[in-house]
Design a protein around this ligand. Structure first.
Ligand code: DX5
Ligand code: ZN
Length: 216
């Protein structure tokens, strides 16, 4: 299966979001990745409701929302009503994660878990029957432009070994450079969140970059 390329829109040029969305779609991206932060679960703030509403309206490809917030179960309906097709919640941020994952599916979206660098596979294994996506954080969540945490590679290999049994897609979020995309796609990672390490802030056009990433 062709790898999924998911631009992290918190890194986009908000001076012309309409053009960014259009050019990224024309470049052939698969899913828009929208980071939501509450200043509690992570010490930062991400995209607001208006930003998310706008991207969902403009986009003709699916939009995912990465909820880096406490108690995400309280906001499932809200983000789905704005147009999110995939919701990622952190198991570290929710007491009853399974109920939240079931709620996401019951409300018609796809459920995913985003897994912090310090969370073991054994901890999230009971959640695997309830998700369509497992997104491994390659960095501490909340900020773009960070360095990759190499110990995450062991967790990635462990999760690759569980993909067939549970039928989820394995994604990486954080420090997805072209070299890391090439290597981890070979290992079995199905999709990558593209931020400052591969896509934004480069001199080439989005189309040129995406074409190169497709060939990796
Ligand atoms: C991390 C964010 C991502 C990503 C940004 O919390 O979810 O948006 O790290 O990409 P990089 O790491 O390449 O700047
Ligand atoms: Zn993210």
């Amino acid at each position: 299966m062709e790898k999924l390329l998911c631009p992290s829109m918190m890194c986009a040029n908000f001076g012309n979001l309409e053009q960014e969305v259009r050019e990224l779609e024309e470049a052939g991206i698969d899913i828009f990745h929208l980071d939501v932060m509450d200043g509690q679960f992570v010490p930062n703030f991400g995209m607001g409701l208006q930003d998310i509403t706008y991207v969902c309206r403009q986009a003709s490809v699916p939009v995912d929302v990465h909820l880096m917030i406490e108690n995400p179960g309280n906001y499932v309906e809200l983000y789905i009503s704005l147009g999110a097709r995939i919701l990622y919640v952190h198991p570290e941020s929710e007491v009853h994660v399974t109920r939240t994952l079931q709620k996401i599916r019951d409300k018609g979206a796809e459920a995913g878990i985003a897994v912090n660098p310090g969370t073991a596979v054994a901890t999230i294994k009971p959640l695997l029957p309830f998700v369509s996506y497992v997104m491994v954080m390659g960095v501490n969540p909340g900020f773009a432009g960070q360095s990759y945490l190499d110990p995450v590679n062991e967790k990635i290999e462990e999760l690759v070994g569980l993909k067939t049994q549970y039928g989820f897609r394995l994604m990486l979020d954080g420090a997805c450079s072209p070299e890391r995309i090439a290597r981890l796609n070979q290992v079995g990672v199905d999709g990558f969140v593209l931020g400052t390490s591969a896509l934004f802030g480069e001199k080439d056009t989005y189309r040129e970059i995406i074409l190169r990433l497709r060939e990796l």
